[in-house]
Design a protein. Structure first.
Length: 214
């Protein structure tokens, strides 16, 4: 229904089944191991470039949005390829991997060990890898308007992940807005919050892709 909401309003909508996703076999899924934040990001960029070069979309009016690790991918794309997107929306996204590794709930504790390939690395190597793959430390490169949506009771990706990158983008003079969903956890579930988030996304795309101020 979310896709229909936007396509019925004239937007083209594309899902990128990037490396690490299911449906392409075990090798494809496991290719993300040690490459989290790199191969998934690059697949999204290649998707946009293909669609633009083949004339299917207007390459100057492309937005990117994602939830959780998808929100992390949004931030990675905006910092790694600042000229590709006219706007971005990160919902309960990750900005600082080291902090996440220390503060996420116990179910996903040490989850990044596999995704980043930390096994066997020294503490110094781990520190450098965390910084290299964390959008927070490259926020100065974000030039696209950025909308952040986060629940204030998120136990998986604490709200500080969005608050920190908001502050960094603001500090560097960027266009950023943060919407806090009261009483919401991870992957929004309450009807009023789902509606609010959808309406905020709609306003953001009208502003950034269509140039309509509302």
């Amino acid at each position: 229904m979310r896709v229909q909401y936007f396509t019925s309003r004239g937007y083209a909508f594309c899902f990128s089944n990037y490396t690490g996703s299911s449906a392409h076999g075990k090798a494809y899924r496991e290719a993300l191991r040690g490459e989290f934040g790199i191969v998934d990001r690059d697949d999204v960029i290649e998707t946009v470039r293909y669609l633009a070069n083949s004339g299917r979309i207007d390459g100057s009016r492309v937005g990117i949005e994602g939830v959780s690790s998808g929100g992390y991918c949004v931030l990675q794309c905006l910092t790694g390829f600042p000229d590709v997107f006219a706007g971005g929306i990160s919902m309960c996204g990750i900005s600082d991997l080291k902090t996440l590794d220390e503060e996420t709930h116990k179910l996903e504790l040490h989850y990044l060990q596999t995704l980043l390939g930390l096994e066997g690395k020294t503490e110094e190597e781990k520190f450098e890898l965390f910084r290299e793959r964390s959008p927070l430390y490259h926020a100065r490169r974000i030039t696209s308007p950025l909308l952040l949506i986060h629940g204030d009771a998120d136990p998986v990706v604490p709200i500080a992940q969005s608050e920190d990158i908001r502050q960094e983008v603001e500090r560097n003079g960027g266009d950023v807005k943060m919407v806090v969903l009261k009483g919401e956890g991870h992957m929004f579930r309450h009807a009023d919050n789902l509606k609010l988030a959808l309406l905020e996304c709609g306003k953001w795309w009208r502003k950034t892709l269509l140039g309509i101020k509302s």
